[in-house]
Every structure is written in structure tokens, then in C-alpha cells.
Design a protein. Structure first.
Length: 155
């Protein structure tokens, strides 16, 4: 079994942001507990916004930095923490494409494994539940790709 993380930059950036938002939410919670009566409303609002942002980033981290597993002729994707599961067999792959993603956290060049089950209009937005399995393009991941894919790679 071989295992890689889809995007290490998303892992680092989201983890740092989650710690920052939750740390700031603790400061605003301190304002609610120890503040004066006029500061309680502001502190509570700040706590809700910052803690909610941290929770959203945790959800995003689960999808953007997912784990890709290759074992027994199957390629599996699962969320870093839970869920976001998809699998396809190596035989079901139609093509492998390299695309530059600029609109998401952990932007960069990714290798997309195009299978026959994903609908075409959902394919290259990598945090959707039904999107293609993908991982960042680097030397290690290309070597991993070549262990199970001998066809051409479209750019």
C-alpha cells in the first residue's frame, strides 16, 4: 500500500489558519467572560465568527489535504480526518491530466485521475465529494503515478 497527501501546502496553510482562528476565538471568549457588560455582545459575536471560521477551515482541510491510497489495483481517496471517500480501479481510469488550480487553498499544478464515473462538469474542482481523485504534481508523485499508469499524461 502506498499513501500520499494530496496537497501538503493546503495542509500547512489550513492547519495554521485553524490554530490562528481558534486562538483568536479564545481571546474573544475571554472578553465575554471577563469583559464589561458592553463588551460581552462584541466578544460573543467575535467568538462565533472566529470559531465558525475555524470549523469551516477544518472541513476544508479534510478535503483539500486528503489522503490518496493505492493498493491491490484500487485507487482510494479519503479525507484527512474522516469521510470524503472515493475509490476507482486502475482499469476504470480513462486518462490522466495535469491541470493548474488557482482558485483554491493549496493552489498549484495537480495530477487528475480521470475515471468513467465522474460527471464532466464536476471534474476539476477538487474539493467536491464527487470530483476526480487528484494529487499535487511533483517528482515523488509522478514516480508513484508511473507504478500503476503507463499511458500518456495530458497537459
Amino acid at each position: 500500500m502506498k499513501k500520499i497527501i494530496s496537497s501538503r501546502s493546503a495542509l500547512v496553510l489550513c492547519s495554521f489558519s485553524i490554530i490562528l482562528f481558534w486562538g483568536l476565538s479564545l481571546i474573544s471568549l475571554g472578553l465575554v467572560v471577563f469583559g464589561e457588560p458592553q463588551e460581552i455582545g462584541v466578544g460573543l459575536l467575535l467568538f462565533c465568527v472566529l470559531f465558525g471560521s475555524g470549523c469551516f477551515l477544518l472541513w476544508f482541510l479534510n478535503r483539500a489535504a486528503c489522503v490518496v491510497l493505492i493498493e491491490d489495483g484500487m485507487i482510494k481517496r479519503k479525507g484527512l480526518i474522516y469521510g470524503f471517500y472515493k475509490e476507482c480501479s486502475v482499469r476504470a481510469l480513462q486518462t490522466v491530466q495535469i491541470k493548474y488550480v488557482h482558485r483554491e487553498v493549496g493552489f498549484g499544478t495537480f495530477i487528475y485521475l480521470v475515471d468513467d464515473r465522474t460527471q464532466p462538469y464536476k471534474k476539476f474542482f477538487r474539493i467536491r465529494k464527487d470530483s476526480y481523485i487528484c494529487f499535487r504534481k511533483n517528482k515523488k508523485n509522478i514516480a508513484l503515478l508511473r507504478t500503476f499508469w503507463s499511458g500518456t499524461v495530458e497537459k
